[in-house]
Write a protein that binds this ligand. Structure first.
Ligand code: CDP
Length: 230
């Protein structure tokens, strides 16, 4: 009997390795992997570039027309075999990962108008199933009937060190304290916002990967997937 194509939602706190995990699961299953956070980052990057954020506030007057003109998407990089975030069809994958974008993204992601636009696009990407998407509201809002929902967490200090290392490898020199402060602030804003706050869906399975390797995570998830695709 042929396996069923399912939807896998991976939600959780900032910097706990959701994207790396989701990407590996997608590769194993031959599914599409979508990092929904990249879309919020792309909008944030565009707003910063156009000077539409100042003193931590978004220019709400100009936001509707600006958003309407904005095309946020992904393009397959055939060499790397992965989808990269695009803004108006231009790849912005590196530009959206800076600490500057991280420092503004949660206030942008809290705006309902921004969420409506991106959620619609995310749901469209999942129409044919066979997708692994990571984010904050995937199991609760984007795909409430996903066959498998994971909720990831890890100790904040471990998450901060992982992210600091990742930024360092990309050539961005930031301190552990700066990264930790950003993670804690984003977690706070993400959990307390009115629009689709970060929370575990009732039927999500929790994974604390503080002391797990990615290989151990793969072994852990394999059985869960198997039960659902049969
Ligand atoms: O840095 P990290 O990989 O943990 O975060 P991300 O997945 O790149 O997401 C960046 C930010 O976008 C989050 O801190 C949230 O504020 C927002 N986000 C969201 O609100 N909903 C999603 N589905 C994904 C991200």
């Amino acid at each position: 009997m042929e396996n069923k194509r399912i939807v896998i939602a991976v939600d959780g706190f900032s910097s706990c390795g959701k994207s790396s995990f989701a990407k590996l699961i997608a590769k194993k299953l031959g599914y599409l992997f979508i990092d929904s956070g990249a879309m919020y980052r792309t909008v944030t990057y565009a707003l910063i570039k156009e000077n539409l954020i100042s003193n931590g506030k978004v220019n709400m007057e100009q936001l509707p027309s600006f958003l309407a003109s904005l095309k946020v998407g992904f393009k397959l990089n055939p060499e790397l075999g992965k989808h990269e975030a695009t803004l108006n069809d231009v790849v912005v994958e590196n530009a959206i990962r800076t600490l500057e974008v991280s420092n503004h993204v949660s206030i942008v992601a809290a705006i309902p108008m921004v969420r409506e636009k991106l959620v619609r696009e995310q749901q469209r990407l999942g129409e044919d199933k066979g997708i692994v998407m990571d984010g904050r509201d995937i199991g609760t809002v984007v795909f409430p009937s996903a066959e498998l929902k994971l909720f990831m967490t890890a100790e904040p200090k471990i998450r901060a060190e992982r992210r600091r290392l990742e930024l360092e490898q990309k050539g961005e020199q930031v301190t552990f304290e700066e990264v930790l402060a950003n993670i804690e602030e984003r977690d706070h804003i993400d959990q307390t916002r009115d629009a689709s706050p970060l929370r575990k869906a009732n039927d999500a399975i929790v994974l604390d990967n503080s002391h797990m390797t990615i290989e151990e995570q793969m072994v852990w998830v394999e059985k869960l997937i198997e039960e659902r695709v049969k």
